[in-house]
Design a protein around this ligand. Structure first.
Ligand SMILES: NC(=O)c1ccc[n+]([C@@H]2O[C@H](COP(=O)([O-])OP(=O)(O)OC[C@H]3O[C@@H](n4cnc5c(N)ncnc54)[C@H](OP(=O)(O)O)[C@@H]3O)[C@@H](O)[C@H]2O)c1
Length: 382
């Protein structure tokens, strides 16, 4: 592909976009052709980076078509993706351009699968969603755990997520928007499942989720709670795509509140937010609690951390592994997104197309990049 750029970042003026731009520019090969895009050129100039700047607006499909045709890889931090994301996915699927985003919105990912997976498979575009804390540590952590277990046997893996961090206004707005659309989310997921069913059964392998009520897991750090996040969906998609996950793979995904009291508090707060998101006046009130563009201070981010433990078993072997790092929401998310984009643009990665996961499209090369960048993948016990 003859393209003006190797990599373009759309949304560099936002909170996470700004961090991603810094990381990309500091870590790209010296001869990489990088550009930053956004709807406001003055705001882009004020970032002070010495790279090409491009004006493009999520509400102007022509500007997105030109953007997608100008680069080999396009990274976007313009969210909520349900609100702004689709035209760029459409442009990348049509132009055969590699696409990466930070969405954690299952409805968006399923809708993009239904509308653009087939076209992207034909044009060769890799459409890779959820390249931040949602869902890289979980997807690559399960990928890493599977590699510590025997081949060709049924495998069962559980992931336990613990974080010490706060979230930005952009993430909060995306989450409340997603909560206001639970019915639409379930409907889109059903359509996708129906379409994919034939493909999953085709190779005779079984891949399934496992959900248990709150319970205690000492090796995870106490009480754990199953959460309807996008992460287990992504892990299960990787398992369906990759033979290495074995003939029968199950995955359970839990957050770790630690104590019974915190578990109850989290259930209460999440229920209140879901209820508030259901009607326009209460949703407006809930959204008013945080402004988009706000984010935790540098000092808060420096103290933030995440740790995901995976217990895996199969073929008579048990392992406990861990993926860990710093500020999950922003510093590490920007690092994961930027490394995924650099990996897609410059590394020798699997030859796949369509909507694909990070493990499927970037797998081992991304795991090695993240390890070099300070995100730890380790086996605690075999
Ligand atoms: N999954 C994860 O782990 C994770 C972590 C962090 C963030 N995120 C997601 O990433 C997204 C961004 O988060 P954030 O905190 O960085 O949000 P933010 O600070 O509000 O940034 C949003 C960006 O979108 C741009 N934008 C808005 N409307 C646009 C339009 N019509 N055309 C072009 N650009 C437009 C904004 O440009 P202006 O500056 O011109 O307003 C800004 O650059 C959210 O969806 C969030 O949920 C996910």
């Amino acid at each position: 592909m003859e393209r003006a750029y190797d990599l373009v970042l759309f949304g560099a003026t936002g909170f996470t976009g700004g961090l991603t731009a810094e990381y990309l520019i500091a870590n790209a090969p010296a001869d990489a052709r990088i550009a930053l895009a956004g709807r406001n050129l003055d705001k882009l100039r004020a970032l002070g980076h010495d790279v090409a700047l491009i004006k493009a607006d999520a509400s102007d499909p022509d500007s997105l078509r030109q953007l997608a045709e100008s680069t080999r890889v396009l990274v976007t931090t313009v969210g909520p993706y349900l609100q702004y994301g689709e035209p760029l996915v459409a442009a990348c699927a049509a132009a055969g351009t590699g696409y990466l985003d930070l969405t954690g919105e299952p409805e968006f990912v399923d809708r993009m699968y239904l509308r653009y997976h087939a076209q992207a498979t034909e044009t060769g575009a890799r459409l890779i969603h959820a390249c931040g804390f949602d869902s890289v540590p979980h997807d690559l952590g399960a990928f890493y755990t599977v590699q510590q277990l025997p081949e060709g046997v049924p495998l069962s893996v559980n992931g336990y997520v613990r974080v010490g961090a706060t979230f930005s206004g952009g993430t909060y707005h995306s989450a409340v928007t997603a909560m206001s659309r639970l019915r639409q989310m379930a409907g889109t997921a059903r359509q996708r499942n129906k379409l994919e069913q034939g493909r999953w059964n085709a190779n005779g392998r079984r891949v399934h989720g496992s959900v248990k009520p709150p319970h205690k897991v000492p090796e995870a750090g106490g009480w754990v709670l199953s959460a309807p996040l996008i992460d287990p969906q992504i892990v299960l998609r990787s398992a369906r795509a990759l033979e290495r996950y074995g003939p029968d793979f199950s995955y359970g995904h839990y957050i770790v509140p630690g104590t019974a009291l915190t578990t109850a508090q989290i259930i209460g707060a999440a229920t209140a937010l879901v209820l508030a998101a259901q009607t326009p006046p209460t949703r407006k009130l809930a959204l008013g609690l945080r402004d988009p563009g706000d984010g935790p201070s540098e000092e808060t981010r420096a103290k933030s951390w995440f740790r995901v433990r995976f217990s895996g078993e199969g073929g008579g072997k048990r392992v406990l592994t861990q993926v860990s790092g710093g500020d999950p929401g922003y510093g590490e998310t920007a690092k994961m997104l930027a490394e995924a984009a650099l990996c897609l643009a410059f590394d020798d990665v699997p030859d796949v197309a369509g909507q694909v996961t990070t493990a499927q499209a970037l797998g081992q090369p991304l795991l090695e990049r993240l390890t070099r960048a300070g995100i730890s993948f380790e086996t605690l016990r075999t």
